[in-house]
Design a protein around this ligand. Structure first.
Ligand code: ATP
Length: 509
């Protein structure tokens, strides 16, 4: 609208100035320079999608569905949707309207881009990729122009390659297709409208046919116009991989790496609960880097173990701590580890005293199986594990330190989960309707009871602290099996008649 008003008023102004005898030449020259400048800016805006895109759009190493580990259900759904593109003549016969858009939703790094590339390969389509953020500009109209260019280019590319379809992949679609609210910038509106217009223009008879595959991890943020039938008709969830899928992904990424005989992919898959495909790829890469740094000809299980820690906790830091602090951290971590191993046997994979990221030490747990539902017992066990560090400090030093802040946050979060899900003594409640006092009381009751239980566990296994502490201070790392041997030893000691002895040790500690 602004452009039209400008173009309309300018000639009128010039005629008026000529009429009153003003020299208009400088105005005309200035206007020409200004238009040229705007044209260049718009061109650059339009170009950038193309330029950025070409860096990612030619999957030289053609990705196939077999190169994507796990995601069986998502792959199946996607393949079924793609068959619409392959058998388009049959669809025409039935009068089925073309599938225009597929929306892949899921957390970052789960393989959505890989899926889109595999889709292009499966359907022998030209592939063009762009990201939602590439369409967001402060100049009105630039984003819309980029959308037009993108569609044009996809068609040209398919024609050039003699392909009769093209897949446009738009990552982070939520950036350009977020819910439209009153105050929204007009530029977003225009860009989204252009995308909708282009999608509406897709017909069965069109050649080459365009299919849009978009990805987001915020499907709830998308504008309704975008997800209504006829636009993004298929929504496919690409979720975090389960253990079997993690194993498959790891196997894909270690194919080109020299592995030592001791590498146990199954154990790595078990230890990487909640990792995305991208994180698993990073684990294999970091393990190779550790091996390379050590000049080792093969990548060993130890390298993988370091790599998991690095991806989970961040790079090792050089934070210098005093001997006293180190000992306290070691006992704190042992507190977590002892409770973990006692309430969930075989759960400790490693206790480490190497500072990583923000943590001065940590316990890596390896769940025996992936868990998506929790019972009261599971939650209570988790709370006890979280409290174990602080309770260990309390028993050994007579008081806690600030190192337990995150543990308490975690414990409180779990207690709230218990209350919210009707697993507390309050029963099934709407939390907003319960008085603050009642909630506080219930939280305190749960925490106090579990604190008591945690104290009892750590008191019974007190001898483990002594043995494990020496080892941990010396070696910095204690692996799960070594630790379990110490627990087993302590269990033998923890016969009724030994309790007195332990109490004396406690008093002397
Ligand atoms: P984002 O949402 O952050 O854009 P994404 O879901 O598109 O992420 P990809 O870019 O497809 O994730 O994956 C990143 C990398 O992670 C891939 O190049 C690949 O190395 C690895 N990866 C992710 N998922 C898988 C998988 N299922 N199988 C094999 N490798 C995977």
């Amino acid at each position: 609208m602004g452009k039209e008003i400008l173009f309309g008023t300018f000639p009128v102004l010039i005629v008026f100035l000529v009429f009153i005898g003003v020299n208009v030449a400088p105005f005309i020259i200035a206007a020409l320079v200004l238009s040229l400048l705007m044209f260049v800016i718009m061109r650059q805006g339009g170009m950038s999608v193309t330029q950025k895109k070409t860096s990612v759009d030619t999957p030289k190493t053609q990705i196939k569905f077999n190169d994507i580990g796990g995601q069986e259900r998502a792959k199946k759904e996607l393949r079924e949707a793609l068959d619409f593109l392959i058998h388009k003549d049959t669809l025409k016969k039935y009068g089925i309207r073309p599938l225009k858009g597929i929306l892949l939703t899921g957390p970052p790094g789960t393989g959505k881009t890989l899926m889109a590339k595999a889709a292009a390969n499966y359907t022998n389509s030209a592939f063009i990729a762009a990201s939602g953020s590439q369409f967001v500009e402060m100049y009105v109209g630039v984003g819309a122009q980029r959308i037009r260019d993108l569609f044009k280019e996809a068609k040209q590319k398919a024609e050039k390659n003699n392909q009769d379809s093209a897949i446009i992949f738009i990552d982070e679609i939520d950036v350009l297709g977020g819910k439209r609210e009153g105050s929204q910038h007009r530029e977003y509106d225009q860009t989204l409208n252009q995308l909708l217009t282009e999608m509406d223009g897709i017909t069965t008879s069109e050649n080459p046919r365009i299919l849009i595959v978009a990805a987001t991890n915020r499907a709830d943020m998308l504008d309704d116009a975008l997800i209504r039938p006829g636009r993004f008709d298929r929504q496919i969830v690409v979720d975090l991989p389960d253990k079997k899928a993690r194993k498959q992904i790891l196997e894909i990424h270690v194919k080109n790496k020299p592995l030592a005989d001791d590498v146990d992919i199954d154990a790595i898959a078990r230890d990487t609960f909640n990792f995305s495909g991208a994180q698993l790829e990073s684990v294999t890469n970091e393990a190779a880097i550790y091996a390379f740094r050590e000049n080792s000809t093969e990548i060993t299980q130890r390298h993988f173990s370091h790599a998991i820690d690095k991806v989970m906790m961040g790079e090792q830091t050089d934070r210098e701590s005093t001997a006293e602090e180190r000992e306290r951290v070691a006992n704190h971590e042992l507190g977590h580890a002892i409770v973990s191993e006692v309430v969930r046997p075989l759960s400790v994979s490693q206790v480490s005293l190497r500072p990583r990221g923000q943590a001065l030490g940590y316990v890596r747990q390896s769940p025996q199986q992936d868990r998506y539902l929790y019972t009261v017992e599971n939650l209570e066990q988790q709370i006890m594990i979280a409290l174990g560090g602080a309770v260990a400090e309390e028993i050994i030093y007579g008081g806690r330190s600030t190192g337990s802040r995150n543990d308490f946050e975690q414990a409180l979060h779990l207690v709230n989960t218990m209350i919210d899900t009707g697993l507390s003594r309050l029963g099934i409640v709407k939390v907003d309707m319960v008085s603050r006092e009642a909630l506080h009381e219930e939280r305190q009751r749960i925490l106090n009871e579990l604190l008591e239980e945690t104290r009892a566990v750590l008191r019974s296994f007190f001898p483990v602290f002594k043995h494990a502490l020496d080892h941990l201070l010396r070696e910095e790392v204690l692996n799960g099996d070594e630790f379990r041997a110490m627990i087993a030893n302590a269990k033998n000691m923890v016969k009724k008649d030994n309790l007195e002895k332990i109490d004396t040790q406690l008093l002397n500690a």
